[in-house]
Design a protein around this ligand. Structure first.
Ligand SMILES: [Fe+2]
Length: 348
């Protein structure tokens, strides 16, 4: 249905987001991609930067061989750079980096060095531009995300419950919180488009309880709505039991087991979506190769729970599940921020 061709409207959309990222005439800008990147987005990035009078250049890496025992999806930790020093240096000096790698630089090992050198990174999630266009970021989203991030940074406890049986408690003391609204104009920071999420990386031994992925919740590694419930028991950050009869539970058990790595079972991040333009039903609208599922991470009122690496708890692994759950109630220090999947008017 979607044709992969340059459309003027998509150059417009890219240029609008880059303008929000404070790209000005004469600025240098690196477009980072890999050989398996979505060529259309790489081209649109170049044309939009040129339209703004910037001076873009491309860094293209061969997509590396997958060293893992399973196909890797939705980790947010690109392995494309492979610690190649000249690439890290060039990106650090670029001023503005448009990241079109498949997985994105969010959790890539080179990202701290690139940011420290003063670059700002906009990760363009590997979505078809037809989806990016629809989720152009705006000030209202920025305001809400900033307010939510402020709240989570001060929070002591998050509690998540649901009619399906979820009852999870997270000690938020010392958790690292990131708010993403879809652009960044500040040197040394990273944002992704689409945005509209707050995520917190809790410290170790802070997450306990039961998490029930209900029918209709989403596993973004598999890009699929659950057909039957999966009950996760979580003790001191680790999933210690995965109960459920259907294919969803079976695939979760198999995929996690394939890593042969205890850390794959641990909590990575917790948070929620705030983007009202992001649609719950979006996964049905795109072929699997046309979506990376970031839209589902940002759906307003979801609870986004993730397993895998959490550097703030000293855990490293390439295994990663992002699991947007609908219809939960999220309380932060006793304030209900999401009630049965609906964001409450607490973020201004
Ligand atoms: Fe994640």
């Amino acid at each position: 249905m979607l044709a992969d061709r340059i459309e003027g409207k998509w150059i417009d959309a890219f240029a609008e987001v880059f303008e929000r990222c404070a790209v000005r005439r004469g600025d240098t800008a690196a477009i980072l991609s890999e050989t398996q990147s979505r060529a259309l987005n790489v081209h649109l990035a170049e044309l939009a930067l040129l339209r703004l009078g910037a001076r873009p250049f491309h860094i293209v890496l061969p997509t590396p061989r997958n060293p893992h025992p399973v196909p890797v999806r939705s980790t947010g930790a690109s392995e494309a750079i492979g610690r190649l020093a000249p690439v890290v240096t060039a990106l650090g000096q670029a001023g503005f980096v448009v990241d079109c790698t498949l997985e994105g630089l969010m959790h890539a090992p080179e990202t701290p060095d690139i940011l420290k050198a003063g670059a700002r990174i906009l990760v363009i999630s590997n979505e078809h531009p037809e989806a990016l266009e629809r989720m152009a970021p705006h000030e209202d989203l920025e305001r809400e995300v900033r307010a939510a991030a402020r709240m989570l940074r001060k929070a002591k406890q998050m509690r998540v419950t649901s009619g399906a049986g979820t009852d999870l408690t997270i000690d938020m003391t010392g958790a690292q919180t990131v708010g993403v609204w879809g652009w960044t104009d500040r040197p040394g920071t990273l944002a992704h488009w689409p945005g509209g999420v707050v995520v917190s990386f809790p410290k170790e031994k802070t997450v306990n309880g039961t998490l029930v992925l209900a029918e209709g919740d989403i596993n973004l590694t598999f890009k699929r709505y659950l057909m039957s419930p999966v009950r996760l028991l979580i003790e001191q950050d680790y999933v210690t039991e995965i109960r459920g009869d259907g294919a969803d539970a079976e695939m979760m058990r198999a995929y996690l087991d394939a890593w042969g790595d205890r850390e794959a079972y641990a909590v990575s991040h917790v948070g929620f979506g705030l983007n009202r333009r992001a649609r719950y039903e979006a996964l049905t609208m795109y072929g699997r190769r046309d979506t990376n599922g970031t839209e589902l991470r940002a759906v307003a009122g979801n609870f986004l729970f993730s397993t895998g690496a959490n550097e703030f708890a000293g855990r490293y692994t390439a295994g990663h599940f992002d699991l947007p759950m609908m219809k939960t109630t999220i309380e932060v220090d006793g304030i209900t921020v999401v009630r049965e999947g609906v964001v409450q008017p607490v973020f201004g």
